[in-house]
Design a protein around this ligand. Structure first.
Ligand code: HEM
Length: 411
């Protein structure tokens, strides 16, 4: 029987966390981890935590740090840099009212209607990639499709050239690696260094764009800043960094994990290839089944109470971190019938928590779904006989989970 523990240091857990999530949800759904936080795996607990106004996302501001925590010096350094105006918290790490203000400024560009306008461009990109692959008869899905499409699209939106994609990809990977629960001091140092390199690169682009405004998202954000002095230069750069990283680091995994799930369920893949009416539910089901973002965190600003399996109260004190396991919530049998099966026409697949919930609900959700939909449906409709041409390789990551290698034969 799988142990009901949250142990990100266990390679078996990282390789396939779902049996561990099931064990936790069934036996210890409000799990007090020896790592110092509480791990939630039931849908209702996770949803309530993500939506609750009593929970903060600005961890640094609300956590009660242990006196012996080696991260205290780093926290203090960052706090000082924010105070000095040379660093800013990203939208993801802000609480209202700052969060509300930033989100309002940028949400216009990401409404479903604005995003739908990008469809022809996304389709063109995907078609060109598939043309090349067709001539060869094979394809490496991650390298050729899952990374380049979202990266090109977010670069187009911001009008940032793609000639340094290798550097940007490297910095992004180092930055997102620091979200892992297993990250050590060296990983945090590396993330700080990568963040500085990314900041220097984007600062140069932003300063140039100020002199050459155009019809792109970056110009729009610059103008928002200049019109009302509402987005400082540092806030602007921090936000553009998040968009740029989030714009591809996660969607690559939706396309990669999604394609792998389909290849492992060829009957479902064939059905979807033949039936476009499944488009409406299938991407949500892929997000539910094996989503790119597996967990996030909150800190309660007051003592909060959860209920243990035996009905007892479990109080999480104010200031103590709570980990919400999105991947576990999206497999809760209380909400999803036969949760460990892939069911592309599942009627409630859109209740998954793969984009979180509440005020931090993913800003790029419509964009990610559009890109994944076009990429996956175009691939499986053109190559319904596509097959795995070797073992897929997984990135050894828990927070942002994804395949990094997915070779296919196409005919
Ligand atoms: C399949 C792909 C994606 C997944 C699974 C995903 C997932 C998430 C999740 C779970 C959060 C909330 C985290 C939390 O509450 O702690 C989030 C927030 C966010 N995402 Fe995504 N994301 C994806 C793609 C994108 C894209 C393409 C963009 C932008 C181009 C984007 C931009 C953002 C931003 C800006 C936030 C912060 C929103 C806020 O704090 O108000 N994401 N995303």
């Amino acid at each position: 029987m799988t142990d009901a523990v949250f142990n990100p240091f266990d390679p078996a857990f990282r390789a396939n966390p779902y049996p561990f999530y099931d064990a936790l949800r069934e036996r210890d759904p409000v799990h007090r981890s020896p790592l110092g936080f509480t791990v939630l795996t039931r849908y209702d607990d996770v949803a309530r935590t993500l939506r609750g106004a009593e929970f903060a996302r600005d961890i640094e501001a609300h956590i009660t740090p242990r006196a012996d925590d080696p991260r205290n010096a780093r926290r203090e350094r960052f706090r000082q840099r924010v105070e000095d105006g040379v660093a800013a918290k990203s939208i993801l790490n802000l609480d209202p009212p700052d969060h509300t203000r930033l989100r309002r400024l940028v949400s216009q560009a990401f409404t479903p209607t604005s995003i739908e306008r990008l469809r022809p461009r996304v389709q063109q990109l995907v078609d060109d990639i598939l043309d090349t692959a067709q001539e060869r008869g094979s394809m490496e899905v991650v390298e050729e499709l899952a990374f380049p499409v979202p990266f090109q699209v977010i670069s187009d939106m911001l009008n940032i050239p793609t000639d340094r994609s290798d550097d940007v990809r490297e910095w992004s990977q180092v930055l997102t690696a620091s979200l892992e629960p297993t990250v050590d001091e060296a990983g945090l140092d590396a993330a700080e260094a990568a963040g500085m390199q990314m900041a220097a690169y984007l600062t140069e682009i932003i300063e140039h764009r100020r002199q050459h405004l155009g019809d792109d998202l970056l110009s729009a954000l610059i103008q928002v800043e200049e019109a009302g002095d509402r987005l400082s230069s540092v806030e602007l750069r921090t936000f553009v960094t998040l968009l740029y990283v989030a714009g591809h680091e996660t969607t690559v995994n939706l396309i990669g994990n999604g394609m792998l799930a389909l290849l492992r369920h060829p009957d479902q893949m064939q059905r979807w290839a033949a039936d476009p009416s499944l488009d409406a539910t299938a991407i949500d089901e892929l997000l539910r089944f094996d989503g790119p973002v597996q967990q996030t965190v909150r800190v309660p600003m007051v003592d909060v109470t959860y209920t243990a399996l035996d009905g007892a109260d479990i109080v999480v004190p104010k200031g103590q971190m709570v980990m919400t396991i999105l991947g576990a919530a999206s497999h809760d049998p209380e909400v999803f019938d036969r949760p460990n099966d892939l069911v592309l026409d599942r009627p409630n697949s859109n209740r998954h928590l793969g984009f979180a919930a509440g005020i931090h609900y993913c800003l790029g959700a419509s964009l990610a779904k559009l890109e994944a939909n076009v990429a996956i449906t175009s691939l499986i409709r053109r190559f319904p006989e596509a097959q795995l041409a070797g073992d897929p390789g997984w990135r050894d990551r828990l927070t942002i989970r994804g395949v990094d290698h997915l070779p296919l034969t196409l005919t």
